[in-house]
Design a protein around this ligand. Structure first.
Ligand SMILES: [Zn+2]
Length: 78
Protein backbone atom coordinates (compact mmCIF):
# COMPACT_ATOMS: atom_id res chain seq x y z
CA UNK A 1 0.00 0.00 0.00
CA UNK A 2 1.39 3.38 -1.00
CA UNK A 3 0.51 6.29 1.25
CA UNK A 4 -1.09 9.26 -0.50
CA UNK A 5 1.03 11.75 1.35
CA UNK A 6 4.61 12.03 2.42
CA UNK A 7 5.28 10.61 5.80
CA UNK A 8 5.52 13.59 8.17
CA UNK A 9 8.70 14.11 10.12
CA UNK A 10 8.72 14.11 13.89
CA UNK A 11 6.29 16.67 15.29
CA UNK A 12 7.88 19.94 16.40
CA UNK A 13 8.64 20.04 20.08
CA UNK A 14 6.21 22.04 22.21
CA UNK A 15 7.68 25.33 23.46
CA UNK A 16 8.01 23.90 26.94
CA UNK A 17 10.68 21.53 25.67
CA UNK A 18 13.19 24.32 25.24
CA UNK A 19 15.21 25.92 28.00
CA UNK A 20 13.64 29.26 28.95
CA UNK A 21 17.06 30.75 29.51
CA UNK A 22 19.26 29.60 26.65
CA UNK A 23 16.82 27.89 24.28
CA UNK A 24 18.55 24.51 24.39
CA UNK A 25 16.38 21.43 23.95
CA UNK A 26 15.39 20.18 27.38
CA UNK A 27 15.48 16.46 28.05
CA UNK A 28 12.94 14.57 30.13
CA UNK A 29 15.29 14.35 33.05
CA UNK A 30 15.79 18.12 32.99
CA UNK A 31 12.04 18.67 32.89
CA UNK A 32 11.75 16.46 35.96
CA UNK A 33 14.57 18.23 37.71
CA UNK A 34 13.16 21.68 37.00
CA UNK A 35 9.88 20.56 38.51
CA UNK A 36 11.56 19.07 41.55
CA UNK A 37 14.00 21.87 42.17
CA UNK A 38 11.76 24.83 41.40
CA UNK A 39 8.07 24.11 41.24
CA UNK A 40 6.04 21.06 40.36
CA UNK A 41 3.49 23.13 38.48
CA UNK A 42 6.04 24.96 36.40
CA UNK A 43 5.52 24.88 32.65
CA UNK A 44 8.80 26.41 31.60
CA UNK A 45 11.89 24.31 31.92
CA UNK A 46 15.62 24.79 32.10
CA UNK A 47 18.47 22.76 30.73
CA UNK A 48 20.93 21.22 33.16
CA UNK A 49 23.39 24.01 32.58
CA UNK A 50 20.98 26.82 33.45
CA UNK A 51 19.37 24.80 36.22
CA UNK A 52 22.79 24.39 37.77
CA UNK A 53 23.33 28.14 37.62
CA UNK A 54 19.88 28.81 39.02
CA UNK A 55 20.09 26.40 41.94
CA UNK A 56 23.77 26.83 42.69
CA UNK A 57 24.23 23.06 42.47
CA UNK A 58 26.69 21.47 40.08
CA UNK A 59 25.36 19.50 37.12
CA UNK A 60 26.76 16.40 38.74
CA UNK A 61 24.81 17.03 41.93
CA UNK A 62 21.66 17.65 39.94
CA UNK A 63 22.07 14.37 38.05
CA UNK A 64 22.66 12.59 41.34
CA UNK A 65 19.44 14.06 42.66
CA UNK A 66 17.62 12.94 39.54
CA UNK A 67 18.90 9.42 40.15
CA UNK A 68 17.66 9.57 43.73
CA UNK A 69 14.22 10.75 42.66
CA UNK A 70 14.12 8.00 40.07
CA UNK A 71 15.00 5.37 42.64
CA UNK A 72 12.29 6.71 44.92
CA UNK A 73 9.90 6.02 42.08
CA UNK A 74 9.10 9.63 41.31
CA UNK A 75 6.71 9.73 38.39
CA UNK A 76 8.43 12.81 37.01
CA UNK A 77 11.41 10.67 36.07
CA UNK A 78 9.71 7.83 34.30
ZN1 LIG B 1 19.65 26.54 29.31
Amino acid sequence: MTPMFKRPGPPPLPPSSYCTKCGAVVKNIEVGLTKKMINRGITEYMCLNCLSEFTGLSEEELLKKAEQFKRMGCILFN
